[in-house]
Design a protein around this ligand. Structure first.
Ligand code: NAD
Length: 433
């Protein structure tokens, strides 16, 4: 997060400003409007655990159930030092909108624990996750609220949630959580779903813009689950990835990073991207000059002279401080809420197109929905089926957002909100009937 006004950096206020901006084009029934401005339920829990050294530490956990008009609450669990109630409320709200845009029968929820997971051992993380699950037990379940992975949480952690829930429930109910490992009832294709979904959205939007993707230059902020799978697909499709960054730094190679796979392997081994100057399989500082590479700060990636920037880390990365320096003409929002409301106004005036988060990163929840369905029906779908259904879902959602933007002459974000609000209003009307 960068400096600036308090409001500018409160994600929940940002989310409500986005809603208001969409509502200016679409008159919602006042009762529905109020239900969207206020989460259904917020829960704050204490999560005390024994640390490996015998000391006791208590962490603060959150779950926000924003809205369930369209189905069970659904959204990830984030482990990060920045997690707080305002962040979780915003993320839960965005899930309500996203699930409506991609048309899966879920409402919106989100949760998390304020901590730096890198400071915990695996045993401590497991005890923490199991205790958190015990605290959430009364309010989660396959038809009530279904968590999933997010920043710093992964299939192993989801497996602990499912296992602890099963112990408390007295039977296995894998559909209580998605993003599990295959052995725990996870779905084929879930790990890569968000990145691949973003790739489908970008490809279709470029067609709509009349742009040829091959050779377009790309810079990506965040090289975790989402950023790395997306980078692989973009590389395969012939786009030129010139810069990548993670929380510790990054690299910029104006002629293009020769191999994403080699950089992934280097980051896996060294724990960071910085210094991953790879030629073939050899990643070494010696290659820096040969590649014409430059070092980057985690944020520096966003203001490079490229065609497309992809924030895929945390919210609040494009702000009023750096928006005027952005040189790309397209922003593909893979992170949730990476662009503040003020920054968006600046970008709009400068003619920069934002492909919004609630469409761009909806691939994860689309495959989470497929996982949930497979669990409920006791089925296992092959990867080909999952990925082709994902493509269909993302293409349909992209078409819907594009046509709304044309019909109402609004930004793609406002259009995505309009698609979501129309669907939410339908559920609201039928709930009343
Ligand atoms: P992750 O934990 O796997 O990776 C996050 C990455 O961001 C890491 O590489 C980390 O080093 C980097 N990062 C953190 N702070 C940074 C900074 N200041 N500058 C540059 N890089 C920074 O998380 P993820 O699952 O890839 O999630 C990334 C984003 O995508 C989040 O906003 C998340 O909410 C969103 N998202 C994830 C999914 C999913 O299925 N995982 C689905 C939808 C949206």
């Amino acid at each position: 997060m960068q400096g600036g006004s308090l409001h500018e950096h409160n994600p929940w206020e940002q989310a409500k400003s986005q809603l208001a901006s969409a509502e200016a084009h679409f008159a919602l029934p006042p009762l529905l409007s109020s239900r969207l401005e206020h989460p259904d339920r917020v829960l704050e829990v204490s999560v005390p655990i024994a640390m490996d050294d015998g000391s006791i530490k208590t962490f603060q956990g959150f779950r926000v159930q924003h809205n369930n008009l369209r189905g069970p609450y659904k959204g990830g669990l984030r482990y990060h030092q920045r997690v707080d109630m305002n962040e979780v409320k915003a993320l839960a709200f965005w899930m309500t909108m996203k699930n409506a845009v991609v048309d899966v029968p879920f409402g919106g929820g989100k949760g998390g624990i304020a901590l730096n997971p890198k400071e915990l051992s695996e045993g401590e993380l497991e005890r923490l996750t199991r205790e958190f699950t015990r605290k959430l037990f009364p309010v989660i379940g396959p038809s009530l609220d279904v968590p999933a992975p997010d920043i710093n949480t992964n299939p192993k952690i989801m497996g602990w949630v499912a296992d602890e829930y099963a112990k408390l429930r007295g039977k296995k109910e894998p559909a209580v959580v998605t993003g599990k490992a295959l052995a725990d009832g996870g779905s084929e294709g879930r790990e890569e779903a968000t990145g691949l979904g973003g790739f489908f959205v970008l490809s279709k939007m470029l067609q709509k813009f009349g742009k040829d993707p091959s050779g377009m230059t790309v810079a990506i902020q965040g090289f975790g689950n989402v950023g790395s799978f997306l980078a692989e697909h973009l590389e395969k499709a012939g786009l030129k990835i010139v810069a990548l960054s993670d929380s510790k730094g990054g690299l910029y190679i104006p002629n293009g990073i020769p191999s994403i796979a080699a950089v992934e392997e280097c980051k896996r081994k060294s724990g960071k991207l910085a210094g991953c100057y790879c030629v073939g399989t050899v990643c070494d500082i010696e290659n820096k000059g040969k590649l014409g590479a430059q070092e980057l700060s985690p944020e520096g990636v966003l203001t490079l002279p490229v065609d497309i920037i992809i924030p895929a880390a945390l919210e609040d990365s494009i702000t009023e401080e750096n928006a005027a320096n952005i040189k790309a003409s397209i922003v593909l929002e893979m992170a949730n809420g990476p662009t503040t409301f003020v920054a968006e106004t600046i970008l709009k005036e400068r003619g920069v197109t934002i492909i919004p988060d609630i469409l761009a990163n909806a691939g994860g929840v689309a495959v989470s929905y497929f996982e949930w369905r497979q669990n409920l029906d006791n089925e296992h779908w092959d990867k080909e089926k999952v990925l082709s259904l994902l493509k269909e879902k993302m293409n349909t959602a992209t078409e819907a957002v594009w046509s709304a933007s044309q019909k109402y002459q609004v930004t793609l974000r406002e259009a995505a909100y309009l698609v979501a609000l129309e669907r939410l209003e339908k559920s609201f009307d039928s709930a009343k009937a």
